[in-house]
Write a protein that binds this ligand. Sequence first.
Ligand SMILES: [Zn+2]
Length: 137
Amino acid sequence: MPKIVSSSTISSSNFDEGQTDQRQKLQIYYCLCSEFLLVIDAELQLLPRRKTDNAIIIDNRQRTYKLTAEAKQPVILKRGEGFEKQYRYHCPRCELLIAYEMKEERKSGHYTYIVDAALTEVQGVAPSSALLEPTEI
Ligand SMILES: [Zn+2]
């Protein structure tokens, strides 16, 4: 199956002019409902993962990306002895949980976390891990 990658979906206003070399390495990811949600200058599979929930870690100081998910009410989770407050981002079309951050203002924290198996690089095809029992989110 051919990989569907259209550079026309990238909003050039989010990237500096003259970054054509960078732009060729941009990766595009879709929600499981096939909504276009993320463009980033790295392959998600190669990024580090969080031990607690296997979420993919995006370092906001190193990566250039655009996530088009919608912010929802924050949630508070129990983590071992402590608690964690997550500001969550959902798919605007199907409302699937896509990502979360620890700070209220988007990208203001050091990291943004992409929920495991929430995104796929082939439109309309779920990653194999999407059908596994969910890890604790
Ligand atoms: Zn969706």
